[in-house]
Design a protein around this ligand. Sequence first.
Ligand code: SF4
Length: 356
Amino acid sequence: MSAGREPRAREEPAGAGERDATGDTRVAPAPAEAGVLVEAKGLTMRFPIAGSMWSRSRQVVHAVEDVSFVVHRGETLGLVGESGSGKTTLGRLALRLYRPSAGRIYFDGVDLTDQSVRALRPLRRQMQIVFQDPYSSLNPRMTVLAALREPMLVHGLARSRQDAKARVAALLERVGLRADQMDRYPHEFSGGQRQRVGIARALAVEPRFIVTDEPVSALDVSIQAQIINLLADLREQLALSYLFIAHDLHVVRHISDRVAVMYLGRLVETAPTEALFDEPLHPYTKALLSALPVPDPTRPPKPTLLAGDVPSPIDPPPGCAFHPRCPIAERGLCDRVRPELRELRPGHFVACHLAE
Ligand code: SF4
């Protein structure tokens, strides 16, 4: 999809700050002034490989290694990287669906890292996930009304079943569906409509932070734009914060305030969105962006072809993990010394010895 704003969905959600039957009147403050909502410090996740439990040299997958980031209130942090880079694992760590092997995760100043399942329960409501496949959060045997009403009642967000029904109706309209569709089952919706139901399911518990994990990658391009616009509108109307995971750089550019690039479990570059797209500093980010089509047809893209495949996360390379594929790697330095993220421009961090 293009980076510009596409035509909107036929049925628009309510405008910013309007009160609806859900009682929601939150209005998004500017992210920079609003402070930090989610903070990750040195998050690490290593999974033991099945079957290696009793072997002498126990192998692990280094899914996420020493990752730190913040998501401000009302902000969208885009997270990009190739398949297997650790994006999805990092998203689940941000929600504390996994207990990290090392590092800490904070939500609104509360350290979630060592909290018990019971202690996490009230906070879970405030942190939701939207999956690529909405069936992951929808029971195919439940009508939309039942699927959305249940969490409202469980979390005490509706006074009665009738109140919950009114809230479900308002929620469906907010995500661009019709209230009279609440008696349908998930399979009775198109792919785009089903993703709207998945988003409504996440919103039913009035979250503040949502991880969206490839929310549009299974949809047609025209539908993708509608869902992205919907997510952007909802962020404004409900003062939401997103960690937006995607491999499609156009999609990420369209919705993100800042972008973080992952390679083999580590962040290699984070920057305000326009800075990253206008002047990428890490060789890996440059290679990713070099393949993007540009609006000027007289300047066709010249993709930088990276040598080899992404190395195995079971045995990541020493030094800079990107060095076996990097076109400017310096022997004796890049293959020995791991580069730390350094702030080379205001808010623009790069993990590369040679980026200046
Ligand atoms: Fe390339 Fe070296 Fe920079 Fe890694 S540290 S990206 S190998 S130049």
